[in-house]
Design a protein around this ligand. Structure first.
Ligand code: SAM
Length: 379
C-alpha cells in the first residue's frame, strides 16, 4: 500500500534505481568524458579524433566538458593518448556505468549502487581515490558527500584511499539527471586532478596569478629547480615567476621593460634588466651568462616566443630546462600552437606541452636541449 505524505498528497515519484552499462547506450564499445578550457573544447575533441577517428561526440555536459563514444576499448584509447599527449585535452576518464539521478539525497544511494558494480575492477593492492564533479546547479549534496559515500563502498574490502597520489581513480560526473562513473589508472586520465583542475592556495606575498601556472607546469612535467642555480625570466614583470625561483634559492636575471614588484626590485639576488628580451639576448654585456633554467612568459605571438626561445637556447646549460608559454589567438589556436612547437624542435626536446588549468589563451611547453638526455618524466 502506498503511504501518503503528511500533507495528504500522494508520494513523490522517485525514479527507480536504474543502472546500465555504457555499451548498451548506442552499441559502442566505450564512452569517456573529456575536459578542456571551454574556448578550446572543440579543438580538444578534434585532437581526440586525430588519435581515434571513430570517436563520436555525444553531448556537452557543461562548457568544456564533453561526453564521447568510441569503438576503442578504454585501455587502448588511454594508451594512445598517453603516447601522443594532446595539447588541449586536460583530462579524460572512462564512463563504465551511467545512472539516472533525481537531484535528491537518494542520488547518493544510486551512485553508491553504481560504484559497487565497479568494485570487482578495483585493484585492492593499489591506492584509490574518488573524484567527483557536480555539474548541476543543486545544493542537495556536494562532491565531498559523493566522494565520502563512494570511497566507503570501494574501501570496504580494505583498498587504501589516497587522495593526493592515488594509483586508481573512480571518476564521477553528475549532471542534473545523470551520473557517469568510470574506474581507471590515474596516469591514464592525463591529470591527477578531477577534470585537470589543479588548484593551489594563494600564498602570502604572492605577486601574480601566473605563479600558479608555473607551479602547475612544474608538477605536471616533473621539473625541479636546482637550488642555488641561475635562472633567466624573460617577460618577468610583475615578477611572479621570479618570486617562485627565489623561493627555491635561485639567482635570477629578470628581463622586462616593465617594473618588477617592489619586493623583487629590492632583492639583491634579482638582476632586473629593463630591456626587451631580444635586446637582452643580443647585448654583448650579457653574452657570457649561462642559465640552469630559462622561463619565458612574455606576452607576444606564439611563433615569436618560440623564436625567442631558439635564440636563448645557447644560454641554457646542457642539463638545464626551459619553460615557455605560447599565447594563442581564438582562431586557429591548434595550428598556431603546432607551428610554434615546430619552430622549437630543431633546438629542443619537448618534455611536455599542455593548456594548463591556470593557462588562459595559451599553452605551456617544457623543454630540454636537443642532444641532452631527457632525464625528466612528463607526458
Ligand atoms: C603575463 S606577463 C608576465 C607575468 C609573469 N610571468 C609573472 O608571473 O608575474 C607578460 C610580460 O611580458 C612582457 N613582455 C612582452 N613582450 C616582451 C618582450 N619582447 N621582452 C620582454 N618582456 C616582454 C610584458 O611587459 C609583461 O610584463
Amino acid at each position: 500500500m502506498e503511504t501518503h505524505r503528511q500533507d495528504g498528497r500522494p508520494p513523490r515519484r522517485t525514479p527507480k534505481p536504474c543502472l546500465w552499462y555504457n555499451n548498451a547506450v548506442d552499441g559502442s564499445t566505450s564512452q569517456f568524458v573529456f575536459t578542456a578550457a571551454p574556448e578550446a573544447a572543440l579543438v580538444a575533441f578534434r585532437e581526440i579524433q586525430r588519435v581515434d577517428p571513430k570517436a563520436r561526440l555525444l553531448d556537452w555536459l557543461a562548457p568544456g566538458i564533453g561526453r564521447a563514444a568510441t569503438d576503442l576499448e578504454w585501455d587502448r584509447l588511454a594508451a594512445t593518448l598517453r603516447r601522443r599527449p594532446p595539447l588541449f585535452v586536460r583530462h579524460v576518464c572512462p564512463v563504465q556505468v551511467t545512472v539516472r539521478l533525481a537531484g535528491s539525497r537518494q542520488d547518493l544511494d544510486l551512485l553508491s549502487d553504481a560504484a559497487a558494480t565497479l568494485k570487482p575492477s578495483l585493484n585492492p593492492s593499489l591506492s584509490f581515490s574518488v573524484q567527483t564533479r557536480i555539474l548541476a546547479d543543486q545544493t542537495v549534496y556536494g562532491r565531498f558527500n559523493v566522494n565520502e559515500r563512494l570511497a566507503a563502498v570501494l574501501s570496504a574490502d580494505g583498498a587504501a584511499i589516497d587522495v593526493r597520489q592515488p594509483a586508481q581513480v573512480l571518476s564521477v560526473v553528475c549532471t542534473l539527471d545523470q551520473g557517469y562513473l568510470g574506474l581507471s589508472q590515474t596516469a591514464d586520465n592525463l591529470s591527477d586532478w578531477a577534470g585537470g583542475e589543479r588548484r593551489f592556495k594563494r600564498e602570502q606575498g604572492q605577486v601574480s596569478r601566473s605563479e600558479f601556472k608555473l607551479l602547475e607546469a612544474m608538477e605536471l612535467f616533473g621539473l625541479e629547480f636546482p637550488s642555488g642555480g641561475q635562472g633567466l625570466d624573460l617577460g618577468a614583470a610583475p615578477g611572479g615567476w621570479t618570486r617562485v625561483m627565489r623561493r627555491h634559492a635561485m639567482r635570477v636575471v629578470a628581463v622586462d621593460p616593465a617594473q618588477l614588484h617592489p619586493i623583487l626590485a629590492s632583492d639583491p639576488v634579482v638582476e632586473h634588466v629593463r630591456q626587451l628580451a631580444h635586446s637582452f639576448l643580443t647585448n654583448p654585456r650579457y653574452a657570457d651568462l649561462r642559465f640552469d633554467v630559462i622561463l619565458s612568459d612574455a606576452r607576444m605571438d606564439a611563433r615569436d616566443s618560440a623564436r625567442l626561445m631558439v635564440m636563448a637556447a645557447d644560454r641554457l646549460r646542457r642539463d638545464g630546462w626551459a619553460l615557455v608559454t605560447l599565447k594563442l589567438p581564438q582562431r586557429d589556436m591548434a595550428e598556431i600552437a603546432i607551428r610554434a612547437i615546430r619552430i622549437l624542435r630543431p633546438r629542443y626536446f619537448v618534455v611536455g606541452a599542455r593548456q594548463l588549468f591556470h593557462d588562459r589563451s595559451e599553452i605551456t611547453v617544457a623543454l630540454t636541449l636537443r642532444g641532452a638526455a631527457p632525464n625528466r618524466t612528463g607526458p
